[in-house]
Design a protein around this ligand. Structure first.
Ligand code: NAD
Ligand code: UDX
Length: 456
C-alpha cells in the first residue's frame, strides 16, 4: 500500500514476464503485478520452475517476487488498482478471414481493452507493449474512451526490443527505450510518468520519445531491417557456394565498414522466432492496405528468401548424399530458433524436419532446452520423429548430422566419438557455421557449411 505507482501487465509471456521482472527489480517503489488468463503459466511464474528459460531470469525473479513483483490470474482486481497498464498479450498472424496469413490477429488485444473498461473506476494510462500494426492505438482509444463512466484513458506505445536468449541483459542495458504518445497535454503528462519508470535505471538520453504512430511503426520497421540483413547475407551465401567465396569472410570484411556494421550478418539456415516473420508480414499487409503494393513486395521478399534458404539444407543433403536419404537416420542438432532459449516458435528446424520426412528420412531431434516445445510443434508427425536428450545417442548410426541451432555445447562435443558411431560416409551439414570444418574433415567427416564453396 506504500507503493508510489502501481503497474499492471496483462500477458505473462516471453515479453511481459521478463520486462516486468526487470521493472520491479529496478523500481522498488513501484508495485508490479503481472496477470494472465493461463493459470498454468502463472503457477509456473510463482514456482521454482519458471515457464520460460532465459539466462539470468531466475535470479532477478527471486529478488523481486513477493516484494514488489506479483503474478496472478485475478485480472479485475489488478486492473482496478493499477495506474499504468502495460498490455503484452500475443498478437499472432491471423489464420482466418481477411488478411489471413499476413495481418495481425487483434482479438486478444481488443479483449483486454474491453476487460479494462469493464472494471476500471479511475483514469488510467494504457501502454502498448505488444507489437502492433501502426494506428492500433487509435482503435484502442476509441474502445476505451467510449465509456459512460466519465473516465479518460491515455494510450501510449512502448514497443519492446529485447531479443530472446539475452532478454535480461537487453532489459538492463537497452540501446534505447521508445515511448510514443499524443503530443497533447494529457498525452505528454502520461508519457512523463512512463519515462519516470524507465529513468530508474536507463540513462535519460536513451529514452526516446516520439508521436504514437512513429513509435508503433518503428517496432515493425526495426524488426524488418534486422531480418532484411539476414536475408541479404543468406542470399549471398548461395552465390558464395557457387563461386568459392566464403560468406563469413565476406560478412566480416563488409562489417568493418562502419556504415554497414558487423551485427546480424551471420549466414544461417534462416531466421526463426515468433517476431520477424510475423512482423514483416504485418508490415506487408499494412503496405497493401494503404495502397503501396511495391513496398509490400519489397518486404515480402525478405520472408520468401528466408524460407528458400531453409529449404536449401535439404537440397544440399540430397546433392551430397547420393540423391537419397530415404530410410536414413538423420540427427537434427538443435530445435530452438536460436541458442540460449527453449523457444521453438517459427524455428527453421521445424521446416528442416518436415523436409526430411517428405524424403522418408528418419529424423532424430536433440536440443538442450527445447525438446518439450519441439514435441508440441511436431505433434502431427510425432510417430515419425525420435527425440533424444543425449546428442551422442542422437548421432549413433546416423548418416548425417544437421546443425540447426548455434548451441555452444555442440561445439564442445567429442566429434571423434560421434564419427566412430555414425554410418559412413558420415556427413555434417552445419547450418550455423559453428563447427571447425577443417578439424572435422581431418577426423573423416564430409562437411558442408552455409556459404562456403570449394576454393579453386
Ligand atoms: P506470449 O504468447 O509468450 O505471451 C502472451 C501472453 O498473453 C500469453 O501467456 C497469453 O495467455 C496472455 N493473454 C492473451 N490474452 C490475454 C488476456 N485477455 N488477458 C490476460 N492474458 C492474456 O507472447 P510474447 O512472446 O510474450 O509476445 C507478446 C507480444 O510482444 C507480441 O505482440 C510480440 O510480437 C511482442 N514481442 C515479442 C518479443 C519476443 O521476443 N518474444 C519481443 C518483442 C516484442
Ligand atoms: C528479434 C529482435 O532481435 C528483437 O529486437 C525483437 O524485440 C524481437 O525479435 P529474437 O527473435 O528474440 O529478437 O532473436 P534474434 O536474435 O533477433 O534472432 C532471430 C533469428 O535470426 C534467430 O533464428 C537467429 O538465429 C537468426 N539470426 C540472427 C541469424 O540467422 N543471423 C544473424 O546474424 C542474427
Amino acid at each position: 500500500t506504500n507503493f508510489k505507482t502501481k503497474i499492471l501487465c496483462i500477458g505473462a509471456g516471453y515479453v511481459g514476464g521478463p520486462t516486468m521482472t526487470v521493472i520491479a527489480d529496478k523500481c522498488p517503489d513501484v508495485k508490479v503485478t503481472v496477470v494472465d488468463i493461463n493459470q498454468k503459466r502463472i503457477d509456473a511464474w510463482n514456482s521454482e520452475d519458471l515457464p520460460i528459460f532465459e539466462p539470468g531470469l531466475d535470479d532477478v525473479v527471486k529478488r523481486a517476487r513477493g516484494r514488489n513483483l506479483f503474478f496472478s490470474t485475478d485480472i479485475p482486481n489488478a486492473v482496478r488498482e493499477a495506474d499504468i497498464i502495460f498490455v503484452s498479450v500475443n498478437t499472432p498472424t491471423k489464420t482466418f478471414g481477411r488478411g489471413a496469413g499476413k495481418a495481425s490477429d487483434l482479438q486478444y488485444w481488443e479483449k483486454t481493452a474491453r476487460e479494462i473498461l469493464e472494471v476500471a473506476s479511475n483514469d488510467k494510462i494504457i501502454v502498448e507493449k505488444s507489437t502492433l500494426p501502426v494506428r492500433t492505438a487509435a482503435a484502442m482509444e476509441r474502445i476505451l474512451n467510449s465509456n459512460d463512466k466519465g473516465l479518460h484513458f491515455e494510450v501510449l506505445s512502448n514497443p519492446e526490443f529485447l531479443a530472446e536468449g539475452t532478454a535480461i541483459q537487453d532489459l538492463f542495458e537497452p540501446d534505447r527505450v521508445l515511448i510514443g504518445s499524443h503530443q497533447t497535454k494529457s498525452g505528454l503528462a502520461a508519457l512523463q510518468k512512463v519515462v519516470d519508470v524507465y529513468a530508474h535505471w536507463v540513462p535519460r538520453e536513451r529514452i526516446l520519445t516520439t508521436n504514437l504512430w512513429s513509435s508503433e511503426l518503428t517496432k515493425l520497421t526495426a524488426n524488418a531491417f534486422l531480418a532484411q540483413r539476414i536475408s541479404s547475407i543468406n542470399s549471398i551465401s548461395a552465390l558464395c557456394e557457387k563461386t568459392g567465396a566464403d560468406v563469413d569472410e565476406v560478412a566480416y570484411v563488409m562489417g568493418k565498414d562502419h556504415r554497414i556494421g558487423s551485427k546480424f550478418l551471420k549466414a544461417s539456415i534462416g531466421f526463426g522466432g515468433s517476431c520477424f516473420k510475423k512482423d514483416i508480414l504485418n508490415l506487408v499487409y499494412l503496405c497493401s492496405y494503404y495502397g503501396l503494393p511495391e513496398v509490400a513486395a519489397y518486404w515480402e521478399s525478405v520472408v520468401k528468401i528466408n524460407e528458400w534458404q531453409t529449404h536449401r539444407v535439404l537440397e544440399s543433403m540430397l546433392e551430397k548424399m547420393f540423391n537419397t536419404i530415404a530410410g536414413k537416420k538423420i540427427a537434427v542438432f538443435g530445435f530452438a530458433f536460436k541458442a540460449n532459449t527453449g523457444d521453438t516458435r517459427e524455428s527453421p528446424a521445424n521446416l528442416v524436419v518436415r523436409d526430411l520426412l517428405a524424403e522418408h528420412a528418419h529424423p532424430v531431434v536433440t536440443d538442450p532446452k527445447a525438446i518439450h516445445d519441439a514435441k508440441r510443434d511436431l505433434a502431427d508427425v510425432l510417430d515419425q520423429v525420435t527425440f533424444e536428450e543425449d546428442p551422442y545417442k542422437a548421432a549413433k548410426d546416423a548418416h548425417a548430422v544437421v546443425i540447426c541451432t548455434e548451441w555452444k555445447c555442440f561445439t564442445e562435443l567429442d566429434w571423434k566419438r560421434i564419427y566412430k558411431s555414425m554410418a559412413k560416409p558420415a556427413f555434417i551439414f552445419d547450418g550455423r557455421n559453428i563447427l571447425n570444418a577443417n578439424a572435422l574433415r581431418e577426423i573423416g567427416f564430409e562437411v558442408s557449411c552455409i556459404g562456403k564453396g570449394v576454393a579453386e
